[in-house]
Design a protein around this ligand. Sequence first.
Ligand SMILES: O=C1C[C@@H](O)[C@H](O)[C@@H](O)C1=O
Ligand SMILES: [Co+2]
Length: 299
Amino acid sequence: MDKTKIKLGIAPIGWTNDDMPELGKENTFEQCVSEMALAGFTGSEVGGKYPRDIAVLKHKLAVRGIQICNAWTSTFFGDGKKDQTLKAFIEQMDFLHQMGAKVIGCSEQSGSIQGLNKPIFGHEKRIFSDKEWNLLAQGYNEIAGLAAEKGMKVCLHHHMGTAIQTAAEIDRYMAEVNDDVYLLFDTGHAYYSEGSQQAMLDILRKYVDRTVHVHLKDVRDERVAEVKQKKLSFLDGVKKGTFTVPGDGVIDFKPVFDILNQAHYHGWMVVEAEQDPAIANPFEYALKGRHYIKQYAGI
Ligand SMILES: O=C1C[C@@H](O)[C@H](O)[C@@H](O)C1=O
Ligand SMILES: [Co+2]
């Protein structure tokens, strides 16, 4: 891949998991960003332990050669919570803009079961009605317009347990929103939802030209089988090790890199591999992911 077009980041979720802050509570912000840099990454998303003071955060990152490239941003348009969503979105957008990020990675959380104690492969996740799709599309078109005024792009993170999880739901989302609303492609969530490398690649191939941010997450097939068999929740699956860094699970990332490369993707690829840091040392796994990317993406 082309070093001048692709930047490599890593998410702090491997050090402390904001969805379950007891996972990695002992790891400090300074340790996290120092180890990211030491492992060879130049970017990070924003974690719950990161200072929100712009000057402080900029300084602590600059001395380590790390830039902020994105932050998780929840939306609730389907539930009709437009005002609440816009307020939080604008705050987050302004923060990311000041930090120099170019994208805002959003996740539609209306009806999401990702944080609930419900089987992730059951039938309890929300299926949007036409009215909810409409509210979602209007909302995303509006926040994309706000972002464009700042020279930024809104992308949606398809995610297990949300109304935009499956390939069909991603198709519907892409069809409903305007062309200036984008996709955050997460290899792990696409594989986990669709169950195969081929189906994961099909989504990327279809929407690579609308993809403006990428999460590189690998999956352990045997853990997914256990999640299905024992009807576990998304978070219980994470604790058991559903996800890992590229090169440590079942996904072959070479075709992922090829598709991005052939489409002249430019932007960030972010290793995001939440697992229990007491079992999977975050620095050692960051290094493992970084070596794999060097070997197979050539960057
Ligand atoms: O981008 C992400 C952020 C996390 O909070 C989430 O649960 C994870 O799985 C993910 O892909
Ligand atoms: Co992700």
